[in-house]
Design a protein around this ligand. Sequence first.
Ligand SMILES: NC(=O)c1ccc[n+]([C@@H]2O[C@H](COP(=O)([O-])OP(=O)(O)OC[C@H]3O[C@@H](n4cnc5c(N)ncnc54)[C@H](O)[C@@H]3O)[C@@H](O)[C@H]2O)c1
Length: 395
Amino acid sequence: MARKTVNVALIGQGFMGRAHSNAWTQVNRFFRPAAAAVMHTACGRNRASLEDFAARWGWRNCSTNLRAVLRSDEIDLVDLCTPTAMHYAMVTEALAAGKNVACEKPLATKLDQARELVALARKAKARTFVWYNYRRCPAVATAHQLVRAGKIGRIYHVRAVYLQDWAKPEIPLAWRFDRKLAGSGSHGDLNAHIIDMCRFVTGEEITEIAGAIAETFVKERSILTGETTGGLSLGMKKGARKGKVTVDDAVLFLARFSGGAVASFEATRMATGYQNYHGFEIHGTKGAVRFKFERMNELEYYDATADRAVQGWTTIMCTHGGCHPYAEAWWPDAHVIGYEHAFTNQAYDILQVLGGKKPVVPLPDFADAYETQRVLEAALLSAAQKRPVKLSEVK
Ligand SMILES: NC(=O)c1ccc[n+]([C@@H]2O[C@H](COP(=O)([O-])OP(=O)(O)OC[C@H]3O[C@@H](n4cnc5c(N)ncnc54)[C@H](O)[C@@H]3O)[C@@H](O)[C@H]2O)c1
């Protein structure tokens, strides 16, 4: 019997447009998903660069008519890679047209909109997915499995950081610095990922923000002229005029988890020396795990139930097919994978779900991503009002 296929429409051709295109290109080759991806249409604004993009990545069609793409009978899955403020209207339209939607994170710029999208998706009975791709690093998925298997015990401490340093004063006012387009700065961009990862690995929810700090170090930036070209600050051209930065450069907060753990989160684009350093450390009664993305193939594990004489951190190379999630699809042991593979792993799980199968590890849908969005909102509230905020206040 012929395998089910899923016609994908990609919206946006920037950084994530390339990462997702690569994932859709690779997924049928390295995996055998329950439904095969068909790279049907790439949609963007600039016809000339879009044609080049579509030809380079293997999209069969390209279109600058967003509405027609979202409504096309030929499309099964809309994959959104546009600036965060655009997610809401595009997702709403895609859901109304009966599409399944894979949306980049964070789901929306405003909590109200995220809540509405959850309700609309439920009503439309659509399958929804949010690209919290770091869950699909084999080492992070292994940490999730160790916690579920009881190897860490009751969790006491969660410590997570996401540190970048690209937002130097000379970088122009791209959409990421505009609250109307991004919602927040490092917070929605970076804290969103580590909140999602820590919720995923611990299997617990954050119940309270005990306190938070938000800071904008660079208050004004030169106006951006032209497009961003596929990297965070790559190829940005600037004019002489300046505009106001309306988002944070850094947000730090303390939190509590439902199982009683205390936690700290730190996101910044101003951590000179760290280009894309992120990870977590989780300590429990029986053991601990720690992960840092710069060594993304490795998970460190501490077994506190081992004989005291041999207790110590073990570095696990999470590349062993059959033991480590997704590893069997790639290369032999210790033939390491990189940034883009987590996106392909996610594309596989999306296709498994659309083909009626289970994902390898839980996939964040809109309802799940909404929980991360609530935490983002609560932390900003805590920073603005300089007070603890219970998650029950942020619905
Ligand atoms: N999962 C991750 O690790 C990750 C990493 C980076 C960005 N993101 C998220 O992905 C989204 C996009 O970020 P990016 O870094 O790819 O941005 P980008 O600036 O590199 O690309 C944005 C793209 O959207 C296009 N676009 C803008 N308005 C449009 C419109 N009205 N119609 C069609 N296309 C439009 C732009 O032309 C560009 O091609 C954001 O929500 C961001 O938070 C996620």
